[in-house]
Design a protein around this ligand. Structure first.
Ligand SMILES: CC(C)(COP(=O)(O)OP(=O)(O)OC[C@H]1O[C@@H](n2cnc3c(N)ncnc32)[C@H](O)[C@@H]1OP(=O)(O)O)[C@@H](O)C(=O)NCCC(=O)NCCS
Length: 163
């Protein structure tokens, strides 16, 4: 079975997307395209090649702006300016019936690779994510993210550490 991850566009059918978190469903259906048109964020959708309009999952990326170096984990602060430029994985979701099949991992790794490419063009030191729950923060920790000392639900990954 082949899968593709593409930039969200008008051809994608979002009407039946349901990941179990209403806010993430509503954002994809009502806001993702608007934000894309205004360059606020970019959304990427996962489809099976045989059903190229049915969205299985999505993630969105945005600029996080400057983050105070002091907020970072101790081992990541070294030799950085007072404020560090960062990107954010603003949203990540997989439709309920497709969860636990590896699509969340597929989307997260794609997001990390994309962020690495972007940073090679314009800089950017960290990728951040705001986890909804502690259990979800464990999901991100598995892929190399570290929680901020001040808030276990905010995690960061040094972009230089993305393979
Ligand atoms: C979180 C989410 C994206 C994971 O997607 P998924 O396709 O089910 O994940 P995968 O199948 O790729 O799982 C990858 C690994 O992470 C683990 N994992 C999956 N969901 C997890 C969760 N909610 N918490 C902790 N670990 C999780 C899996 O057990 C798996 O490990 P394994 O291979 O050892 O079993 C998905 O459950 C989802 O969309 N949830 C609702 C929306 C949401 O909460 N988004 C995150 C906002 S911060």
């Amino acid at each position: 079975m082949g899968f593709s991850i593409r930039t969200l566009d008008r051809s994608h059918d979002l009407r039946n997307f349901s990941c179990g978190t209403k806010e993430l469903d509503a954002w994809l259906k009502n806001t993702a395209r608007q934000h894309q048109e205004k360059n606020i964020s970019r959304t990427f959708v996962l489809m099976e090649d045989q059903s190229p309009t049915v969205v299985i999952g999505y993630y969105s990326l945005a600029i996080r702006g400057l983050t105070l170096k002091e907020a970072l984990p101790q081992n990541m602060k070294k030799a950085l300016p007072l404020n560090v430029p960062a990107m954010t994985l603003a949203r990540l979701a997989v439709s309920l019936e497709e969860q636990k099949k590896g699509h969340g991992e597929r989307l997260l790794l794609d997001a990390m690779t994309r962020v690495k490419t972007v940073s090679s063009l314009v800089g950017g030191s960290f990728l951040f994510v705001d986890a909804k729950t502690i259990k979800l923060s464990d999901f991100y920790i598995r892929y190399g993210f570290t929680a901020l000392p001040s808030d276990p639900l905010i995690l960061c990954l040094r972009i230089a550490d993305i393979p």
